[in-house]
Design a protein around this ligand. Structure first.
Ligand SMILES: C[S@@+](CC[C@H](N)C(=O)[O-])C[C@H]1O[C@@H](n2cnc3c(N)ncnc32)[C@H](O)[C@@H]1O
Length: 274
């Protein structure tokens, strides 16, 4: 679990914002949509009545259950560590839980992975109780850099679907009866080469994964980029962005062929209308 605690330290500012905005109580029942590494479940598990971490990736769910059990067995958590991990997609929570079941729904780094945005949001709205909270942690990409960064993120993680601008988030929330209340903005900085190094898998595996998830969308780019290598092509394209786009990711030359970029992240609170 030490790796888990190290990861938490890196995201402390976001988790602090989660605590402030979600103001969890021991009576709350919470849904963590796209639980992935389970950050939100492990963080809130001792503070609330129950938290359900859902993810359609069975392997992740099996790992999270094992980790949770280890924590309980080693008595590293308080007896009221009420975490349940379920293999389930956001789009299907409506079928699994009663209407208005949750006090709070959290989408932690997940909205840009929504495959069926409308169905997922409608499902979340259905299970969140009136005046209940929706907490979203994600990134905003301004219009001029959005499409390029969507491609870059997809190479980095093929399950990326769509990055949204600030106004699209507001529209998405209002359309689904959520009233945006507070946003904590942050900047996230990354070392370009360290970020490229975290791309998992050989080029062919990454490319095939993207082709199967998003047929046609990046086929031409992938075919070209595979000649030089996905990472190298992406690196050059980032360094050769026009000045306006560079400003939006505050690309900085650190010397010795090292570069840093940043992007806008946020933690947001919205409440469900009656
Ligand atoms: C970037 S991760 C989210 C990070 C995660 N909340 C954490 O704290 O580690 C995106 C997660 O969404 C999951 N996912 C993909 N499609 C999904 C869906 N339709 N419904 C719910 N989760 C989904 C993926 O399996 C992945 O674990």
């Amino acid at each position: 679990m030490s790796e888990y605690y190290r990861n938490q330290a890196a995201s402390k500012k976001y988790l602090d914002a989660l605590l402030t905005l979600a103001t969890p109580t021991v009576h709350d029942v919470v849904l963590d949509v796209g639980t992935g590494s389970g950050t939100v479940c492990f963080f809130l598990g001792e503070r609330i009545n129950r938290i359900y971490g859902i993810d359609p990736n069975r392997d992740l769910i099996v790992k999270r259950r094992k980790e949770a059990q280890e924590l309980i067995d080693k008595r590293e958590v308080l007896p009221h560590f009420n975490v349940t991990f379920l293999e389930l997609a956001a789009e299907d929570v409506k079928e699994q839980f009663k209407q208005s079941y949750f006090d709070t729904v959290v989408c932690w780094g997940y909205v840009h992975h929504f495959r069926d945005l409308d169905k997922a949001m409608e499902s979340i709205r259905h299970v969140c109780k009136p005046e209940g909270k929706l907490i979203v942690f994600d990134a905003f990409f301004p219009e001029p850099i959005r499409d390029f960064w969507e491609l870059a993120s997809t190479i980095h993680d093929p399950s990326t679907v769509r990055h949204h601008t600030y106004f699209e988030y507001m529209e998405m929330l209002r359309k689904n009866s959520f009233m945006p209340k507070l946003i904590y903005p942050f900047r996230h900085s990354m070392d370009l080469d360290k970020w490229l190094d975290t791309i998992k898998g050989e080029d062919e595996v990454v490319a095939n994964d993207i082709r199967s998830r998003l047929p046609g969308k990046y086929d031409a780019w992938l075919e070209q980029a595979q000649q030089k290598g996905l990472r190298q092509t992406l690196r050059e394209e980032i360094l050769n962005l026009d000045e306006e786009k560079k400003v939006f990711i505050t690309l900085r030359d650190l010397g010795s062929n090292r570069y840093e970029f940043t992007y806008d992240t946020f933690v947001l609170l919205a409440t469900r209308n009656e």
